[in-house]
Design a protein around this ligand. Structure first.
Ligand code: PLP
Length: 354
């Protein structure tokens, strides 16, 4: 039986994507060759790479606006370093909203002065800092739009006249934003886009080439742009599967359509968390993430009963991250409303038992 997969990433992808990807493993485009044995320079794969890059820009509404899309390797974690390598000349600002922002900030400190413009560490990152001041003279401001571990999400983005960089690993393609307010967006594929192994970087070309240091080729966005994201052998399977997922999203009606579904899923789960006395939410209500819902049992003695119930219902991946504890339900694009319904039913059953 197919499980209801609430994993934080890698995570559920559309069933039709699994099917098409497995077909391509056996026979890519009727070529008599597997996707993973053909040359990445072959016409068929070059087309895949181009299509994936174009779909990413199209879905974000960034076509023809001076942006380039790249499918790189090294995970979002390598972007923590590459962003600073390519953009940090003297000082940068970071909003610290959780584990991933903290890691990004730590890497940037290797390259220049880093100012933490705000932090919610004082309350174990259960809220998004507001009303912070952005000092003058920054090379860029770095934000994390969705905090996968703590279950918080930025609803508003500061208006700045410096490059705005955003780690969107766990909510890219999930909600409508004015994506052109960002100058560089990066996201590991393994949540809303595909399997682990590739990272989408969308960068406005005119912010590059301004730092004085020499950049090693593999870490230089300009080099990857000049080679159409084929400077070295790309992660062919991850890029192909990402292309299939982006195609699926386009056919569904794009980000506007998926946002509506994501809203319904989040409302269903959060209203259960709020109405059911057996559970309590972790993140502050106004900052709750529509992608990752974090919650606890009000009575920890009920843990064994609840764990047995959700596992019996075919649910997978509900345990919270060790730095928060409790539970985390990740409701990425491909998770169905029906799966959230199954979880909510289990939670209601707990109320009857509890
Ligand atoms: C918001 C965010 N940023 C960065 C990362 C790190 O991604 P990767 O494992 O691809 O390096 C994650 C991983 O879950 C994440 O959720």
């Amino acid at each position: 039986m197919k499980k209801h997969n609430f994993s934080a990433g890698p995570c559920v992808l559309p069933q039709e994507v699994f099917l098409k990807a497995s077909e391509a493993i056996m026979d890519f485009n009727g070529s008599g060759l597997s996707l993973i044995e053909v040359s990445h320079r072959s016409k068929d794969f070059v087309e895949v790479m181009e299509k994936a890059r174009n779909l990413a820009l199209e879905l974000l509404g960034l076509e023809g606006k001076g942006y380039k899309a790249l499918f790189l390797q090294g995970g979002a974690s390598l972007e923590f370093l590459m962003v600073a390598y390519n953009l940090l000349e003297t000082k940068a600002g970071y909003l610290n909203t959780g584990t991933w922002s903290s890691k990004a900030l730590k890497e940037a400190r290797l390259f220049g002065e880093v100012i933490e413009v705000g932090s919610s560490k004082d309350e174990n990152f259960n809220y998004i800092p507001k009303g912070y001041t952005i000092p003058d003279g920054l090379d860029y401001l770095h934000l994390t739009s969705n905090n996968t571990i703590f279950g918080t999400q930025l609803k508003k983005f500061p208006k700045v006249d410096i490059p705005l960089v955003c780690d969107m690993s766990s909510d890219i393609f999930s909600r409508q934003l004015h994506f052109s307010q960002f100058d560089l967006i990066y996201a590991g594929a393994q949540k809303n886009m595909g399997p682990a192994g590739t990272t989408l970087v969308v960068v406005k070309e005119d912010i590059l080439g301004k730092v004085s240091r020499e950049i090693p080729s593999m870490l230089d966005y300009k080099v990857h742009i000049s080679k159409d994201s084929m400077f070295n052998t790309p992660a062919v399977f991850a890029v192909y599967t990402s292309m299939l997922t982006l195609e699926w999203l386009k056919n569904l009606g794009g980000i506007a359509a998926i946002e509506e579904i994501n809203e319904k899923k989040a409302q269903l789960l959060y209203s259960e968390i709020d109405l059911n006395p057996v559970f309590e939410g972790f993140a502050k209500k106004e900052d709750r993430s529509n992608m990752n819902a974090t919650f606890n049992l009000t009575d920890s003695k009920l843990k064994d009963t609840f764990d047995a119930l959700w596992k019996e219902a075919g649910i997978n991946g509900l345990n919270g991250h060790r730095s928060v504890g409790g539970y985390r339900a990740s409701m990425y694009n491909a998770l169905s409303l029906e799966s959230v319904g199954v979880l909510v039913d289990v939670m209601s059953e707990m109320e009857r038992k509890g």
